[in-house]
Design a protein around this ligand. Structure first.
Ligand code: ADP
Ligand code: MG
Length: 430
């Protein structure tokens, strides 16, 4: 049996109030009035409710009370629906909520208020989600970055932030962006941590997984190369996880993504400049500090600047088993980029010397790619070294579709030694 009270609750709110003095106003106006009242009395709860569904329910109840006590109504909406919509507006992330509720969405790309794309199950697709206008979108952006203690406005027109749940957010607004405010959210993914999982999703062929495990166990210095979103960080994480649990690993990143459970790990995260342009701690600063922390193995999330020089130096001064990533289109491109980035740091070092240091330091490049269907694959593995008379070079030991070669070139055998070369092939020859 439905009680009269419950029936009234479900009646369109307009009908319920038709006999009272209640004013009929637009949903935007009601929202504005309720927002003011809620912020006055429950500001903290509202910030909490952005992250928590339980708090969101508390907010809905409070809003319902405000609607009653202020005698507001909107035609054709029950009070419950109205309260939920207002709650979504003031403490939710507006139109983004439905995308964030979908587990399969890993990336959200908002190109101005009327164009929202997502990556769902690895495939880029347009959505019908829209914001009212630039102002509405900007308001949501600030709500998101607020939970990381940041904001965007005309004086700071772009921001890069990590949310409490690990997601990464970037926003850039006019006049720098010509589309209106642009927002990119990369959600914290459930990471693969084991080589075998990458074999399971057909990213890695089984014999390549064995080969890469041997490379890690033999403490080779390895770089993962690939385009953005191709799976570099994931592959790096999986490689780091293949290290022995007895090693002391120091992980250095711009924004913390890597997790190596069950290992002895120190995680360091760089810090951007503050609003006065001070207080920056770069990857390079952290890397130099890490060398004094007795690392057995250094893991640098990504080399994209001067830190490349320090990583190469570390690799050349007996720090074995370093792991990092470089944004590049191929193994050859990766090496060229490393030369370029290292040169930015130390222009005094002749380029030939730098090249030979890279040849001595880097042992293996693992190249990853994302194909058109969104499927990630390890498409190639290259051995790196200095070839007599030729200098810095690489050799494709694996190309997807062409199998693994175990006839390593002599310059590589000389570089890492016959014993280690033999153990690289262990289990990998099928
Ligand atoms: N092998 C894989 N199979 C399926 N999805 C993957 C794979 N590797 C990474 N991903 C997904 O692709 C996205 C980008 O991966 P990430 O490793 O961060 O790439 P990058 O560091 O190259 O930008 C993430 O959402 C991640 O979960
Ligand atoms: Mg990455």
């Amino acid at each position: 049996m439905v009680s009269i009270l419950e029936r009234l609750e479900q009646e369109p709110y307009g009908a319920l109030s038709a006999h009272s003095e209640a004013k009929e106003i637009s949903i935007e106006e009601v929202t504005q009035k309720v927002r003011e009242k809620m912020l006055e009395h429950h500001a903290d709860l509202i910030i909490e409710a952005r992250m928590s569904r339980d708090k969101r329910r508390e907010v809905v109840t409070l809003i319902s009370n405000v609607i009653i006590s202020s005698d507001l109504y909107v035609p054709r909406l029950t009070r419950q629906d109205l309260a939920e919509r207002i709650a979504q507006e003031i403490c939710g992330l507006g139109p983004l909520d439905e995308l964030l509720d979908d587990e399969r969405v890993t990336e959200i790309m908002v190109n101005g208020p009327h164009e929202v794309f997502v990556e769902r199950d690895g495939v880029l697709e347009a959505t019908s989600v829209k914001f009212q206008n630039d102002r509405h979108l900007l308001d949501i952006i600030n709500r998101i970055v607020q939970s990381a203690g940041r904001r965007v406005d005309i004086s700071i027109p772009y921001v890069d932030a990590r949310l409490p749940d690990g997601s990464r957010v970037n926003a850039i607004i006019p006049p720098l962006s010509l589309n209106g405010p642009v927002l990119t959210i990369r959600r914290f993914p459930r990471r693969y941590t084991e080589l075998s999982q990458l074999v399971g999703v057909n990213t890695l062929e089984p014999e390549v997984a064995d080969f890469l495990r041997n490379c890690v166990e033999n403490r080779l210095d390895m770089v993962v190369s690939g385009g953005s979103g191709s799976g570099k960080t994931t592959t790096l994480n999986v490689l780091a996880n293949a290290a022995s649990p007895n090693e002391r690993i120091i992980v250095i990143e711009d924004s913390a993504e890597i997790k190596i459970p069950g290992h002895h790990v120190v995680y360091l995260e760089a810090r951007p400049k503050n609003m006065e342009g001070k207080g920056e701690v770069s990857i390079r600063d952290l890397l130099r500090n890490a060398l004094r922390m007795r690392p057995d193995r250094l893991v640098i999330g990504e080399c994209r600047g001067k830190e490349t020089f320090d990583l190469i130096s570390a690799m050349n001064t007996g720090h074995e088993g370093c792991l990092s990533t470089v944004h590049a289109n191929s193994a050859a491109d990766c090496l060229e980029r490393m030369v370029g980035m290292a040169l930015m740091a130390e222009e005094g070092v002749p380029v030939d010397i730098l090249r030979s240091w890279i040849g001595i330091g880097v042992d293996v490049i693992v190249h990853v790619e994302k194909d058109f269907g969104g499927h990630r694959v390890v498409s190639g593995v290259s051995l790196v070294g200095n070839k007599p008379g030729e200098g810095l070079t690489h050799f494709h030991v694996y190309r997807r579709g062409h199998g693994l070669r175990l006839d390593f070139p002599s310059w590589f055998v000389e570089k890492i030694g016959e014993r280690r070369c033999n153990s690289l092939a262990k289990g990998a020859s099928r």
